[in-house]
Design a protein around this ligand. Structure first.
Ligand code: ZN
Length: 235
C-alpha cells in the first residue's frame, strides 16, 4: 500500500511537472511572437563618424565632440532600424576610434578598418553620420551627400533629403561629396551631416538627446522610405 501510494505520488508529480513545462513553453512562445519583429533580410551599415583621438568638429559653446553626437544618433538609428526588422552593422559602437593600438597614421588605419567592415557586411545601404562646421555661425540644417557619379546614391540621397526637409525643416539640397566613406564599396552610400555644431542655436539642439532621437527617427524614415520602395515586400 505504502509503495503503491508512493508510486502514485511520483506519477502525479511527473504529470504536474510535464504540465508546468508545457505551460512555460506556451508562455515563452507567446512572449517571443509578441516581441519578435518581421525580418526584412536587408542590412544597413551605420557609420558613426570619427571617434577616439579624432573627435571631429568641436561644439562652439559646449565643446561637445562631434564623435559623441554622431555615436548617440547612430545608436538611436540602430534601435529604430532593428525594431523594424532590419539587420544593422555598426562600424563603431563605443567612443573609441578604429585604429587599435596604433599611434601613427591613426586616421588612415581607422578609415581602412571602416572600409573592411563595410566590405564584409554585404549590406544594402551605408549611412555615415556626421555633424557639420562652418567658419561663420550662421549656417543651419541637415544635408545629405552621395558619391560623385553614383546614380543610385543621388536618387537615395534626394529621398533622404526630402524626408529631412519634411521632418526637420531643412532647406538644403542633396549634394555629391568626395568623401572616402562614400566610396568604400559599390553599395549605395550616404553621408548625413546632421547640422552645424558651429552655430550655437543648432548646437543646442544637437547636444540634446530628444533632438538626437528626432534626427535618428528622420534618418530611419528616409532609409525605410527608399528601401521599402526598392523592396515591395517590406511594409
Ligand atoms: Zn564629421
Amino acid at each position: 500500500m505504502f509503495l503503491l501510494l508512493k508510486k502514485r505520488n511520483i506519477i502525479i508529480g511527473l504529470i504536474v511537472v510535464a504540465l508546468t513545462v508545457s505551460l512555460c513553453l506556451a508562455v515563452t512562445a507567446t512572449v517571443t511572437s509578441a516581441y519578435s519583429v518581421p525580418k526584412t533580410g536587408i542590412t544597413v551599415v551605420i557609420d558613426a563618424g570619427h571617434g577616439g583621438a579624432d573627435g571631429g568638429v568641436v561644439g562652439v559653446t559646449t565643446s561637445v565632440k562631434e564623435s559623441d553626437v554622431n555615436l548617440s544618433i547612430a545608436r538611436s538609428l540602430k534601435h529604430f532600424l532593428k525594431t523594424k526588422g532590419y539587420d544593422v552593422v555598426m562600424t563603431r559602437t563605443t567612443t573609441d576610434g578604429l585604429y587599435g593600438m596604433t599611434t601613427k597614421n591613426r586616421k588612415l588605419k581607422d578609415m581602412q578598418e571602416r572600409k573592411k567592415i563595410i566590405e564584409n557586411a554585404n549590406a544594402d545601404l551605408v549611412v555615415s553620420i556626421h555633424c557639420n562646421s562652418y567658419p561663420r555661425a550662421d549656417q543651419t540644417g541637415a544635408q545629405v551627400f552621395y558619391a560623385p557619379g553614383s546614380v543610385d546614391g543621388k536618387q537615395k540621397a534626394e529621398v533622404m533629403q526630402s524626408v529631412l526637409k519634411d521632418t526637420l525643416g531643412t532647406t538644403r539640397s542633396a549634394m555629391s561629396g568626395d568623401y572616402f566613406i562614400l566610396q568604400c564599396s559599390a553599395v549605395p552610400s550616404l553621408l548625413v551631416e546632421c547640422g552645424f555644431l558651429t552655430t550655437p542655436s543648432e548646437e543646442k539642439l544637437l547636444v540634446s538627446s530628444e533632438y538626437q532621437e528626432k534626427i535618428a527617427y528622420s534618418i530611419f524614415t528616409g532609409i525605410h522610405t527608399m528601401l521599402s520602395s526598392d523592396n515591395p515586400s517590406i511594409t
